[in-house]
Design a protein around this ligand. Structure first.
Ligand SMILES: [Zn+2]
Length: 67
């Protein structure tokens, strides 16, 4: 089984798209306003390990159409 990290990662709660933060240490879900941390290159996709995002982070996590 080859589970590559290049696959699109989705939120374990809402199955929505996740985005990396600027330094790629966290995956963010705008819908849930949650951030999932990383252990090395492995994202920790556990709801209980997630932290609440600030409004600024939620804004960055939101997938915007190219304007
Ligand atoms: Zn979510």
């Amino acid at each position: 089984m080859d589970s590559r990290l290049t696959e699109v990662l989705v939120c374990p709660v809402c199955k929505g798209p996740l985005r990396f933060n600027e330094d790629r240490t966290m995956l963010m879900c705008a819908k849930c306003a949650k951030g999932y941390g990383m252990i090395g290159e492995i994202p920790v996709m556990l709801e209980k390990e997630a932290r609440d995002l600030s409004p600024e982070e939620v804004e960055k996590a939101r997938v915007k159409p190219a304007a």
